[in-house]
Ligand binder design. Sequence first.
Ligand SMILES: *[C@@H]1O[C@H](CO)[C@@H](O)[C@H](O)[C@H]1NC(C)=O
Ligand SMILES: *[C@@H]1O[C@H](CO)[C@@H](O)[C@H](O)[C@H]1NC(C)=O
Length: 495
Amino acid sequence: MLIKALICSFIPSLLVRAMGENDMYYDTFSNDFAFGAATSAYQIEGGWREDGKGENIWDRFTHQNSTLIQDASNGDIAADSYHKYKNDIQILKELGVETYRFSLSWSRILPNGDISLVNSKGIEYYNKLINELISNGIEPMVTLYHWDLPQQFQDLGGWTNEVISDYFADYARVAFSAFGDRVKWWLTLNEPWIQSVLGYGVGQFAPGLKSIGIADYLAGHTMLKAHTLAYELYKREFQQEHEGKVGIALDASWLAPKSNSSADKEASEQAMQFKLGWFAHPIFSKEGDYPPIMKTMIAAKSKNEGYARSRLPTFTPEWISRIKGSSDFFGLNHYTTFLVNPGKSNSPLFKDSEFQLTQDDSWPSTAADWLKVVPWGFRHLLKWIKEAYDSPLVIVTENGVADNRGINDLQRADYHKRYINEMLKAIRLDGCNVRGYMAWSLIDNFEWSDGYMIKFGLYSVDFDDPERPRVAKESSKVYKEIIKNRGFLAPQHLE
Ligand SMILES: *[C@@H]1O[C@H](CO)[C@@H](O)[C@H](O)[C@H]1NC(C)=O
Ligand SMILES: *[C@@H]1O[C@H](CO)[C@@H](O)[C@H](O)[C@H]1NC(C)=O
């Protein structure tokens, strides 16, 4: 009793004290806010050549270039979700999520990528998955493309070849017509920045091309068109009947000014434009097209280097206006924060810009060297997006942390709690229009060039066990509690 009275008497002073950046904020999410978890096809499915699936660029890359994967592994079996999807749905139910974000394997549905051959077994697999989700009360959110381009298209140059955007639209039509009666949330592309820069720029990811400043811009250009064609197609042929939403998932770190100097603030803005703005500005800004600073800087550098034209391709006025507004919501993948100051680029990932990225030594590190735990950065990023793009509807399509600690993953539990809390502050205190949160990831999986060395799952998977058992980690219990409470109950409610 006495303790309770003491706590209560502290409440008013807590309320008047200005909230510090790391303080917990106690409130709940609205009833239409969707909590979920996310995965992608290549990372979990396995069954890489089962039932007629065709080869994709990750199959080819891991088989041919296994030295580029930390543990020389691949996604041939992965978490075996091709056979164990019912187990995945079981644990989604246990978590209490409203939504499951997963991706379709393009070459499982169209083995060669084009529609001359449709694999009915592939369609059947996703029908079973979607139907099982719905009968368990879980809403499917489907990504059409999570980096697994059919190999046949790579042989034609992959995303650097603009014709691939038409083939992507054909594939989108197959998916919309097969699943659109039950799937109301669509994402066209996952992280086109990563696909462009890591896949076509530095060659760390499939298809392994090393052409920074040329092929990455071409790939990004085609992906923006592909996204737009799929969006337009949905509006034209499916919107009226299915009444769904089509968006895109863009990856963004918060790129904070290193100090409050105007030089650092300018560098931070430049960095946000080169990273997020590359794909967000053409779609979500009022003006459309690439960010002006990207166009100017890349054109000037190209000229100095003796090129006849900018290495950054140009959109016609018609394409600028078609791409602009081609998204019903802003899918955001967020993990960490960097500090920015002006200077010659210190990252191989940024060839044409003039800023340097660092991270503060005091920020907690994780199993991924780039991923430091900086919850407050999430709130700043959401506010930046609100201001830059006129309050778009945002769904957080990925957020999570890497470790290799097994099921006692207290760092992950704390990460999700604090990041979700910062998102809640962005909604309640800054008026950001965020309506969903998909934790990355539901289960441990094939983490691209890190293979199985680092884990992102709320549930562990034993990759040495042929049964691939899913086991709840501590973080899943914490996430489940947040979902159950629909947010954060003030400590006095927890007695
Ligand atoms: C991948 O392997 C192929 C065949 O050995 C080779 O030609 C190619 O250069 C490798 N790619 C990378 C990015 O190392
Ligand atoms: C910049 O100024 C704000 C407001 O005064 C302060 O909260 C913040 O800590 C400062 N940032 C840096 C990096 O010094």
